[in-house]
Design a protein around this ligand. Structure first.
Ligand SMILES: *Cc1c(COP(=O)(O)O)cnc(C)c1O
Length: 471
């Protein structure tokens, strides 16, 4: 649309007025508040924020005092400098949620990790002899004691453990795996791809639902270097099925002079049935059955930091430790310190559930969770207002991270639904926008907040007044 010359003139005048009424960069930088911003964020970022704020005011033709401009910049810089990795409330119902960081560690392990970060440690230094030590020395004895294995080593995660085992024992040769165990764990962990990345050839045997010990024996040839079994952690094949047991494969491997490795995935160190949880094969059972090497994760059911544990025969672990890839995949000092705190907790399984947050949460009963729900229900309803209905309802939580996916734990959740219709996505968004974001899931027209992993109720309630529900 064309403007009359008079309108154009007036608008130019306005722009000039606003410009005159905005503080100059030099004046802003002399302000005491600017000095404190520069101290915190550095001159360059402060200047950039001020420039952007002034440009915005100019283009909106809005005036602004020095104080107002600096305050806006301070908010902007605070957002810019806030780390994006933050604590959240995991109310998804999945206790070991891979996207939310899996196992939470007990205080003792957390402070051991913090100490290792804060000051020098004897990470690879033998205090008795004054000579070089090995970082595995800090956990090897406990891992052997708890699994019955001869030796042990630790790496970045279980994917790294499987990669390292295959690369060390079977590079340029064949790894035999049943077709029923060509697992995808999620993300980018797929057994066939890990085997290929390790420089090995995959020799698939049997069928999806049935693999017999004779399939293993007839697959063994001059290029075979390793028999591998993978625990089907996140699925189950039911019906007309057959598989070779660890003991059968172990016996075959021994008779042919081949190593036998098991990727256990979660790898629990104690029988979970004692806590009323579904059974998983333990590491020591697998060693007893004859596996030469067993690999498992540190941050699944074990309840420790992200790590991959390899336990088994001393000569094989020795070969793994000589592989240059070991250096690339090794565990850092902080996680090693945390793991060294966690392992001794297994010496007394009776107290384990109180000491490991993950197990403690898995063990919470429906009655307990019902009470949590009753305590929160009215407070949440009050914070949300009359547009939302809040109820405590039965739900199912799961252990997660591929651990025992078939078995679900009966739980309770706070279910929130709109009194009329719609707006659920925005409600979920509002919960995620809180200072400690609350992560639930949308299920059957409700926002479902599973209460199993909610332990700090006070912190959860304290931030409810900050919910921004502009419907
Ligand atoms: C979880 C899992 C892995 C991957 O372990 P990360 O520690 O996540 O690397 C590998 N194999 C199995 C069977 C698993 O369950």
């Amino acid at each position: 649309m064309a403007h009359s010359p008079r309108e154009v003139k007036r608008s130019r005048q306005n722009v000039a007025d606003v410009r005159r009424r905005l503080p100059s960069m030099d004046r802003l930088l002399c302000h005491a508040e600017a000095a404190s911003l520069i101290d915190r964020y550095g001159r360059e970022r402060v200047r950039a924020a001020l420039r952007a704020e002034l440009a915005q005011l100019r283009s909106d033709q809005r005036p602004g005092s020095s104080e107002r401009v600096l305050e806006a910049c301070s908010d902007q810089l605070r957002r810019e400098f806030a780390p994006s990795l933050r604590p959240v409330f995991n109310l998804t119902g999945t206790v070991l949620h891979t996207n939310l960081g899996r196992a939470s560690l007990p205080d003792g392990a957390v402070s051991a990790a913090a100490q290792a970060f804060a000051a020098p440690t004897n990470l690879e230094y033998d205090l008795a002899s004054g000579r070089r030590g090995e970082r595995d020395d800090h956990v090897r004895a406990w891992l052997c004691r708890l699994t019955g294995a001869e030796s042990a080593t630790v790496v970045n995660n279980n994917a790294a453990a499987v990669l390292l085992v295959a690369n060390t024992l079977a590079r340029r040769r064949e790894v035999v795996v049943s077709r029923g165990e060509l697992v995808e764990i999620g993300g980018s962990f797929r057994i066939p791809e890990i085997i290929a990345s390790a420089g090995c050839r995959l020799r698939e045997i049997g069928t999806t639902n049935r693999t017999r010990i004779t399939d293993y024996s007839s697959a063994i040839g001059p290029r075979t270097a390793l028999l591998l079994k993978v625990h089907p952690s996140n699925y189950e094949i039911r019906g007309f099925t057959e598989g070779a047991t660890y003991a059968e494969v172990a016996m075959l491997a021994r008779s042919r002079g081949l190593p036998f490795a098991v990727d256990l995935g979660s790898g629990t160190l104690v029988d979970l049935a004692r806590f009323g949880l579904p059974r998983e094969p333990t590491v020591s059972e697998t060693i007893t059955a004859g596996a030469d090497l067993v690999t498992f994760s540190g941050d699944k059911l074990l309840g420790g930091p992200q790590a991959g544990v390899i336990v088994g025969r001393a000569n094989l672990v020795g070969r793994i430790n000589c592989n240059p890839l070991k250096r690339a995949l090794r565990l850092d000092k902080a996680r090693l310190a945390a793991l060294a705190e966690i392992l001794p907790l297994y010496a007394n399984p009776d107290r384990l559930c109180e000491r490991l947050p993950g197990l403690r949460q898995m063990k919470r009963t429906e009655a307990e969770l019902e009470e949590v729900g009753r305590r929160l229900e009215a407070r949440v309803a009050a914070a949300l207002g009359p547009a939302w209905m809040v109820e405590v309802r039965p739900s199912w939580s799961q252990i997660g991270s591929g651990a025992l996916p078939i078995d679900r734990l009966p739980s309770r959740s706070l279910d929130i639904r709109p009194a009329r219709r719609g707006g659920l996505m925005r409600l979920a968004e509002a919960f995620r926008a809180l200072p400690i974001p609350v992560i639930g899931r949308i299920h059957e027209g409700r926002l479902r907040l599973d209460l199993r992993c909610l332990e700090d109720e006070a912190a959860f309630l304290a931030q409810l007044p900050l919910l921004r529900l502009n419907r």
